[in-house]
Design a protein around this ligand. Structure first.
Ligand code: NAI
Ligand code: 15L
Length: 267
């Protein structure tokens, strides 16, 4: 579809910096935004510093935008005030501003921590009820529901990518299941921008044979991962923690942190 101006939030972050390079030239104008400082605008770029929790600033940020890649916010567990402001108020402001600006699509960097309390031996697809493992995971579940509200009620299409672990290389045994290469992340973003859908949830993973997730919904939408964590299995298979709960849950340390429930009650 023809998109003149796309907005990338979280552009100063780990994935934002990677996407900035990989998406260069993909749109006539790429507007880059973050709370933190970013490198100056290059050709075809606009750089706008903005706190997502500032509604008026976010309204300005979204003006003239056709599509949004929403990667900004707190990317790990934190206290309620931080999560509420960056991920919940921030997302509400973004979708509301997108509605006012007539944005057509939003690709949302959701997270595997929406379902992080599932056990690793439970195979789930995109329809499994949320089982957030943290305040952070719960904020991403909220973001998915917010995206659904605006997709079905206001016509802003949304692809929610429950990203596993997107780093240059997988780092441990868990990431043999959850790893997504940067190139596959870009492939999934392309699905989000091009495919015919209204609201969808997919898992952001490469073609890992150890994956816990049935990602047939992503395949149905046209996602064809080209990378796999399998080539790292010989070196990483033994790289586990000593903690049984961490190793039992899909969310790993996000799930075991502050856990005082019943491990046998996990879905
Ligand atoms: P990151 O922490 O490096 O980047 C997030 C960016 O958001 C930072 O540059 C930060 O300054 C910005 N930010 C935080 N609060 C903000 C606010 N109130 N207003 C404006 N900007 C704000 O995280 P990373 O790894 O780049 O992740 C990007 C997105 O992808 C995040 O939403 C994260 O939750 C999601 N994700 C990442 C995964 C990964 O493996 N890297 C896995 C699952 C989800
Ligand atoms: C996430 O949601 C985080 O943003 C990222 O830093 C990793 O911790 C990733 O999940 C993961 O589960 O490996």
């Amino acid at each position: 579809m023809s998109l003149n101006r796309a907005l990338l939030t979280g552009a100063a972050g780990h994935l934002g910096r990677e996407l900035r390079q990989r998406l260069a030239g993909r749109f006539p104008i790429l507007r880059l935004s973050d709370l933190a400082e970013m490198a100056p605008a290059g050709p075809g770029e606009e750089v706008v510093r903005c706190d997502l929790s500032d509604a008026a600033a976010v309204t300005e940020l979204c003006r003239g935008v056709d599509a949004i890649l929403h990667f900004g916010g707190r990317s790990n567990e934190d206290d309620w005030d931080t999560i509420l402001s960056a991920n919940i108020v921030g997302a509400v402001n973004l979708w509301e501003a997108a509605r006012q600006a007539g944005v057509k699509r939003i690709v949302f960097a959701s997270s595997n921590h929406v379902i992080g309390l599932y056990r690793r031996d439970t195979r789930i697809d995109h329809r499994a009820p949320a089982a957030p493992d943290s305040r952070y995971g719960l904020s991403k579940a909220f973001g998915e529901d917010l995206a659904a509200l605006h997709a079905y009620k206001h016509g802003i299409k949304a692809l929610c990518i429950r990203i596993g672990s997107s780093f240059a290389e997988p780092a441990d045994a868990r990431q043999l299941s959850t790893w997504m290469s940067f190139a596959d992340l870009v492939r999934m973003i392309d699905v989000g921008l091009e495919a015919d859908y209204v609201f969808e949830i997919v898992y952001g993973v490469s073609d890992n044979s150890a994956s816990w997730w049935d990602n047939s919904n992503a395949a149905r939408l046209g996602y064809r991962p080209a990378d796999s964590a399998d080539r790292f299995s010989a070196t990483l298979a033994g790289k586990k923690t000593e903690d049984r709960l961490t190793e039992r849950t899909q969310g790993g340390v996000f799930a075991s942190h502050e856990f005082d429930g019943d491990p046998d009650a996990l879905p």
